[in-house]
Design a protein around this ligand. Structure first.
Ligand code: GDP
Length: 453
């Protein structure tokens, strides 16, 4: 990390400000070359101070800016950092970045600032990942979960587990060196108990994976039903604004539409599907195919029925797609006189009566959506932590090694074998926080970041 890196850290486009971030051993020298102010040179400025001046070169100013100097080690990356707040918009930001690149910096790779923060010990890996989750979070609950991870809650839990494992390991290792003194049966029973308790703690963590996935990716929800029951109208009612085209002609929703909705803090990805029926037109056939495909890969089905009409065979054939999914029956058009009688087979499925036209019942539907998908788990789980897929994989292999160690210990296997398995468990759990990581893992994580972060 002897190179100095620079990037525009704000989004492209017109805005009040744009921030160019520079980090590395040459950051201050670089700033000395391009920044002019009455108060002297950046290398002479105190750490964590802000200064008004101009950036430019050869007496040609590019922009008037505020320059912030932050010296190592108390910075985001742990290195010397200079942040230049210039005027927003493409030209001032690009020209300022170009000056940095001509004066000793190279363009930062995606996530490189955060990667340096990790490599310099400013953040562990769960916190680095949380930075990205925080940037991408779209609902309040997702935001809170990411913030908790950034504050180190997951790290604290994982590190506590590592510490317990290290202590257990030390016990077994001590007896490899002094084989003549075997571990007393009491201590041995205690150690076995501790291993089991750690497996339990890891299993608790693993159970938060689903919540974590939902908060990061959203719940894929297909709105299905025969034509004209009010699927598009329902989507609009849930979104609270006009999106899909609503029309009284059956089968006119030509394609699937995916929309994001924040319902009670939970991210939902709502897919409006074209009416599932015997389609004739080509475009419509495509729509039907897509609607079946999305019904297949979704986790939740909102099966919409027209309560002002009788139950039909088309409704019945859609009900055949219910298997393996969370289903909510939405009985729409309750503002009209009821004609619908539900068949026996649908009686056990949660149902909500709504009118997409008047908005009646939409609140109850939102409540039901939240309840049926995550219940009260999210934000209320006693752990207050959610893990991602990478963490889950590492935790699963930790559990596997510890279960092996536990079985060996129960059958009185040699300490060498147990020690080896506990070491493997330590390595696996260490992957979560980044104590044991390969360059591959790091590359994979940070490549998903944006440039400038
Ligand atoms: P889709 O084919 O299932 O997407 O159905 P649409 O949302 O396009 O609605 C079909 C027709 O039903 C339109 O004329 C809507 O205005 C009407 N509609 C939708 N919801 C309601 C409702 O709650 N009450 C009444 N009376 N009409 C509705």
């Amino acid at each position: 990390m002897d190179e100095t890196i620079a990037a525009i850290s704000t989004p492209v486009g017109e805005a009040g400000l744009a921030v160019i971030r520079v980090s590395g051993p040459g950051a201050l020298a670089l700033a000395d070359r391009i920044f002019v102010s009455r108060r002297g040179q950046p290398s002479g400025f105190k750490t964590h101070t802000v200064h008004l001046g101009a950036v430019g070169q050869d007496r040609r100013a590019v922009d008037q800016v505020m320059l912030t100097v932050m010296r190592a080690p108390h910075t985001y990356t742990g290195e010397d950092v200079v942040e230049i707040s210039c005027h927003g918009g493409l030209l001032p930001a690009r020209a300022t970045l170009a000056l940095c690149l001509q004066n000793g910096a190279r363009l930062a790779e995606p996530g490189e600032f955060t990667k340096r923060a990790f490599l310099n010990g400013r953040l562990d890996l769960t916190q680095a990942e949380a930075v990205m989750d925080l940037i991408q979070s779209r609902t309040e609950r997702a935001h809170t979960a990411a913030l908790h991870a950034l504050q180190g809650r997951l790290s604290a839990k994982v590190n506590a587990i590592r510490d317990q494992l290290v202590t257990i390991l030390a016990h077994f290792e001590a007896h490899i060196d002094f084989p003549e003194e075997d571990i007393s049966p009491n201590v041995r029973a205690q150690l076995n108990q501790q291993i089991k308790s750690i497996i339990g703690q890891l299993a608790d963590l693993l159970r938060t994976a689903r919540e974590g996935r939902i908060l990061r990716k959203g719940i894929v929800t297909a709105i299905v039903g025969r034509p004209n029951v009010g699927k598009s109208s329902l989507l609009n009612a849930l979104l609270g604004e006009e999106r899909a085209i609503v029309t009284p002609i059956p089968g006119t929703t030509r394609d699937t539409i995916e929309e994001f909705a924040d319902i009670r803090g939970i991210p939902f990805r709502l897919i409006d599907t074209a009416g599932v029926r015997n389609a004739r037109g080509k475009i419509e056939q495509m729509g039907v195919l897509r609607s079946e495909a999305s019904a297949y890969r979704c986790e939740l089905l909102l099966h919409v029925l027209d309560s002002s009409r009788r139950f039909t065979s088309a409704d019945e054939s859609i009900a055949k797609h219910h298997d393996g999914k969370i289903v909510i029956l939405v009985l729409n058009k309750t503002d009209l006189r009821r004609q619908l009688t539900l068949p026996q087979m649908l009686n056990n499925i949660p149902q909500v009566q709504v009118s997409a036209r008047t908005g009646c019942g939409i609140d109850v539907l939102k409540e039901t959506l939240a309840e049926q998908t995550v219940g009260n788990q999210i934000g209320h789980s006693h752990l207050d932590i959610t893990i991602n897929e990478r963490h889950a994989a590492a935790i699963k292999s930790t559990i596997k090694w510890l279960t092996d160690a536990d079985n060996e210990a129960e059958t009185g296997a040699s300490h060498e074998i147990i020690v080896q398995q506990i070491r493997l468990a330590l390595d696996s759990v260490g992957e979560v926080v980044g104590k044991t990581t390969t360059e591959d893992i790091l590359a994979k994580i940070f490549s998903t970041f944006c440039i400038g972060k």
